[in-house]
Design a protein around this ligand. Structure first.
Ligand code: AMP
Ligand code: MG
Length: 431
């Protein structure tokens, strides 16, 4: 029985080996296109308070309902005047105006300014009618040095100098945020600024990460010889959360096709995207391809023309995608970034879901030749990109800690020298 099982695995491996024929490896862009073609956000609006909307995606265009600011206002503490009254004012010959009233921010003026009058205003005060400029208090005697109820102005001003016009930030009817925009504090601030307390959002996509490998132990359990702890589960789930996905807790699975197929069938209805790590390459116990067949999933690709993580496979079942990635922690991270993150972003309704690429200049040498296309972990700072001195194996995670991009090295590049321009895919831009 055990022998038969082994034979099945060997047969399967031969098949996988054929699949891994380098001529049949799919370019990354093609694979991503296939995945994105199959990805549609749920077209249902959810309403959420602004304080809970950070990182979510707007479901509809939002237009300004009001002008911002809603009234002409003072940008500083000083005196609102008619600029014609102070046309000749200078320090040697100040102009004296009667202070008609004093307004704090939030007060409403009792009346319009008459010629020869000033109104004491604070930053944010609604400006009285007929005021055409505001004099900084530093350009006056502040009203008490000369005569009570009067102020001396030391400088002339142009019309609308120090004057914030109603609607100068945005005008009523202007689009403040578009359907498909990811909401950050600034966009949310624009909505709050017009008195809006909630916003319509796309539903958050959900993801489940299954960690496969008979050598895996769950964190918190005692160590065992020959075994390692599952790191991928938490790394990928955390990255998914960074891009706004809801995480359905996954499990650790052994390298057994039946167990894998059963778990994938169980978890698929629970999430929008199912991701697994491990067991997708050409080793004797890499059973993911067989598990996919057992569960009757269609195969979109198996084997990509890239390193690391080129063994990646994509399946579809019941209108949902399953992404099976290599178990090597960096390979899993890189292919998750390149393939799963854009899918999650599109599922979330985000218009700008494609990876963001930038050009940068190599600050270090990278001597390893890249026969096939390679995505190299690195850190962009300004226009320069720094490559970690060591730790480039796909199984190593620690050198990824301070990285924020993947340098895209074309196939057939013998080496990269300091000063060369490269293209890089950005991730975790805040890092
Ligand atoms: P595989 O893709 O199954 O061939 O695994 C490649 C390497 O990644 C092996 O050294 C595994 O032990 C390791 N690995 C697989 N899954 C995980 C995981 N969840 N966390 C950390 N390492 C893993
Ligand atoms: Mg394995």
């Amino acid at each position: 029985m055990v022998f038969l099982k082994f034979l099945t695995l060997v047969n399967l491996n031969l098949e996988v080996n054929r699949e891994m024929d380098t001529k049949r490896l799919m370019p990354f862009e093609h694979a991503l296109e296939l995945l994105l073609e199959k990805t549609t956000p749920r077209n249902i609006a959810e309403s959420a308070p602004l304080f809970e909307a950070l990182g979510r995606v707007a479901f509809e265009d939002v237009r300004a309902l009001v002008d911002q600011p809603p009234f002409d206002r003072s940008p500083l503490d000083g005196y609102a005047v008619d600029h014609r009254d102070i046309a000749c004012a200078c320090r040697e010959a100040p102009v004296t105006l009667r202070v008609a009233e004093s307004l704090a921010a939030g007060d409403v003026p009792a009346g319009a300014i008459s010629r020869g009058e000033a109104v004491r205003v604070m930053t944010g005060s609604l400006l009285p009618q007929n005021a055409t400029c505001v004099v900084r208090q530093e350009d006056t005697d502040q009203g008490d040095a000369f005569k009570k109820g009067f102020v001396r102005i030391f400088r002339s001003h142009g019309e609308y100098e120090n004057y914030c016009v109603r609607g100068e930030d945005f005008r009523c009817g202007q689009i403040l945020t578009r359907r498909g925009d990811r909401l950050d504090g600034v966009r949310l601030g624009l909505l709050a600024g017009q008195g809006q307390s909630s916003v319509k959002l796309f539903p958050r996509p959900s993801i489940c990460v299954l960690s496969t490998g008979s050598e895996l132990l769950a964190a918190g359990t005692p160590p065992e010889p020959g075994k390692i702890y599952d790191g991928n589960g938490v790394t990928l789930a955390s990255r998914a959360r960074e891009v706004g996905a809801r995480v359905v807790p996954g499990v650790i699975l052994r390298d057994d096709p039946r167990e894998l197929a059963g778990a994938m069938e169980r978890f698929l209805p629970e999430c929008d995207l199912l991701v697994s790590t491990g067991g997708v390459s050409v080793g004797a116990f890499d059973c993911m391809p067989q598990a996919g067949e057992m569960m009757g999933a269609g195969r979109l690709f198996h084997g990509l023309a890239l390193k690391p993580g080129g063994a990646a496979m994509a399946l579809e079942k019941d209108g949902k995608l399953l992404l099976c990635l290599s178990g090597n922690p960096f390979a899993a991270y890189a292919t998750f970034e390149l393939l799963a993150v854009p899918v999650l972003r599109k599922l979330a309704g985000e218009t700008a879901h494609l990876p963001s690429k930038v050009k940068a200049v190599m600050a270090d040498d990278f001597d390893k030749p890249s026969e096939i296309r390679r995505f190299l972990r690195a850190r962009i700072e300004g226009e320069r990109v720094f490559v970690p001195k060591k730790g480039h194996s796909p199984g190593m995670l620690s050198s990824l800690v301070n990285c924020n991009c993947l340098i895209d090295i074309p196939a057939g590049t013998p080496r990269l020298g300091r000063g060369e321009t490269v293209e890089a895919v950005l991730f975790a831009p805040g890092r």
